[in-house]
Design a protein around this ligand. Structure first.
Ligand code: IMP
Length: 202
């Protein structure tokens, strides 16, 4: 089954394609499918935003579509930046490093034990005949007081994972991909998809 990913991010598409091909899903990018929609992410949850993106692409091309939405949730900030992770700090924050500094300033007086956080990823598949699969993955950690490491992107340099004893930015891409919120959402997605396939074949 051909599935259009609501993204043109080559890295994300390659990751999804590699894993989902084992389930008979042929993942193509929006561009490859000739879809040029860029829906506004107006939702207040990762579930809403990933569904908005998947539905927009599915409606534009009439094919099954898959989308993901992700971000960082910090407990001491009541779950901020959450779905606003990419635009945290508003127009004054242009780069990842601006957004990290904005976050660290907000957490300036928050002590070690209260700096817990998690990365969240939600993957949604929708099909023209009304099928819908939603899978969520989370990776717990905590926010350091300063940056460590130079791999990855976004908030990786301040996101410390206790089990690894490192930040996401100190892990190799392979190490991060083994434990990340996105990897966990994808595993959950595959589990649900497999169950549905088995159910449909009964
Ligand atoms: P998107 O869902 O890929 O658009 O990601 C939303 C935003 O969440 C990104 O722009 C980053 O700020 C943040 N984010 C999501 N996943 C990660 C990650 O693995 N590392 C660091 N930041 C992330």
């Amino acid at each position: 089954m051909k599935v259009v990913m609501a993204s043109n991010n080559a890295h994300k598409i390659a990751e999804l394609r590699a894993i989902l091909s084992a389930y008979g899903l042929d993942v193509v990018s929006q561009r490859e499918a000739g879809v040029h929609v860029e829906p506004e992410e107006t939702g207040t949850t990762f579930e809403e935003n990933s569904r908005i993106k998947a539905v927009a692409v599915m409606q534009a091309c009439g094919l099954p579509a898959v989308a993901d939405d992700s971000g960082l949730m910090v407990d001491a900030l009541n779950g901020e930046p959450g779905v606003y992770s990419a635009r945290y700090g508003g127009p004054d924050c242009i780069s990842d490093s601006d957004r990290i500094n904005y976050l660290l300033k907000k957490l300036e007086n928050v002590p070690e034990g209260k700096r817990t956080a998690k990365f969240v990823s939600v993957i949604t598949l929708v099909t023209p005949d009304g099928k819908e699969i939603v899978a969520r993955g989370e990776c717990p950690g905590r926010i350091l007081h300063e940056v460590h490491g130079s791999n990855g992107f976004g908030y990786d340099p301040v996101f410390y994972v206790p089990e690894q004893g490192k930040t996401f930015a100190e892990l190799s891409p392979e190490e991060k991909n083994a434990i990340s919120h996105r990897a966990r959402a994808l595993q959950a997605f595959c589990r649900i998809y497999q169950e549905e396939l088995e159910h449909d074949n009964k």
